[in-house]
Ligand binder design. Structure first.
Ligand code: FDP
Length: 350
């Protein structure tokens, strides 16, 4: 990694170029996708910031593929990202949380060797109330041989990601990403329109201050999850010191806070959401890559998130993610409870 002095101003462009130089075999295609995403992020940030002023709020008539009401800003964010990346000749297929099937590269444009999966505006139920929202992205390398990317290219386990990141549209706009060389965060300086390196080499604390979970689901969780959350609140102080609670209900914001300050985010399965609520490919997998690169971890309770083999684009998964020892505590507690009710479980705890 290139070392910068505390006073040097490093734009995201310069940082990406410097990282690319560390890989003589790099063709610059991945860097190109990251630039394009940074541009899309600036355009979305601009719109999100004016959301309360412009007449853009309110639901469109389409219900998206998840059956939720789609906000107009989701549609804008989705189109902005597709238009920013579809013509660059670097991608062969895309998939979005807002779109049911594969988003192909339009005829007439070159196809490249990467696939992009993204959640254009996560936490969108929060837009109306001025709570941070985010964009999440994941980049995979194509494995099939034809011109166009196929489902097989998109349905790869998270450990094959070549890059992942998110943008948080909060009190400031930040872009945080990894290409497998640590996690780096950039803050948008709105006066010059550039993302500047503000958080090089983010390492999340091994034990966090916070736990983040929607506790209104408590009565719908299994006993193991209930015991784990009680433990996070201080029920088993010899195993886990009590934590403070923070829950925004916007994954990117909850994850980002815990990444920096240390903490654990959980969205377990419950009786209403037996597979959990969050999407494996657009949310859990990219966040898990970032968490692991920051020395944290991510599990569905039994399996490392990055090892789960996806079967369909919009698959959901339970998610426990964040500081390594906290995630281990939850996985152990859930596993012990499962053993008590149904005999030993084969998967090792994290
Ligand atoms: P939202 O429904 O607002 O789009 O992925 C969906 C998500 O937000 C996440 O951002 C967030 O972490 C979670 O759902 C919140 O769900 P609950 O409202 O059930 O807590």
């Amino acid at each position: 990694m290139v070392h910068h002095t505390a006073t040097s101003v490093v734009t995201i462009e310069r940082f990406i170029i410097e990282q690319e130089r560390l890989h003589p075999e790099a063709t610059g295609e991945l860097s190109g996708i990251l630039y394009d995403l940074a541009l899309a992020a600036k355009m979305i940030a601009n719109k999100v910031r004016r959301a309360g002023l412009a007449d853009i709020l309110g639901a469109t008539t389409d219900a998206n593929v998840q059956g939720e009401i789609q906000q107009k800003l989701d549609v804008f964010a989705n189109e902005t990202i597709v238009k920013a990346v579809d013509h660059g000749g670097r991608l062969c297929a895309m998939a979005s949380e807002e779109v049911e099937g594969i988003i192909p590269i339009p005829e007439g444009f070159k196809c490249g060797k990467y696939c992009l999966l993204f959640d254009p505006l996560d936490g969108s139920s929060n837009i109306d109330v001025n709570v941070p929202v985010g964009t999440v992205f994941s980049i995979l390398q194509k494995v099939t041989r034809g011109r166009n990317g196929e489902m097989e290219d998109l349905l790869q386990p998270g450990r094959r990601q070549v890059a992942a990141g998110y943008v948080i549209y909060g009190s400031s706009t930040m872009l945080v990403y990894t290409t497998g060389q640590g996690v780096h965060g950039f803050t948008l300086d709105p006066t010059i329109g550039e993302f500047l390196l503000s958080h090089p080499k983010i390492v999340t604390p091994r034990v966090g201050k916070y736990y983040s979970v929607n506790e209104s689901n408590f009565g719908r969780w299994n006993r193991g999850v209930q015991a784990a959350v009680r433990g996070l609140k201080g029920d088993t102080p010899d195993l886990m010191p009590a934590k403070n609670s923070r829950y925004i209900g916007s994954l990117v914001a909850d994850f980002h806070r815990n990444l920096i300050a240390g903490g654990i985010f959980l969205y377990p399965a419950d009786s209403r959401n037996p597979q959990g609520k969050l999407r494996l490919l657009y949310e859990a997998s990219p966040m898990a890559f970032i968490a692991e690169q920051a020395e944290g971890s991510a599990t569905d309770g039994d399996n490392r998130i990055l090892d789960i083999i996806p079967h369909h684009l919009h698959q959901r998964t339970p998610l426990v993610i964040g500081s390594r020892l906290d995630v281990g505590f939850v996985a152990d507690t859930v596993r012990r409870a499962a053993e008590r009710t149904s005999g030993p479980v084969v998967q090792p705890a994290l």
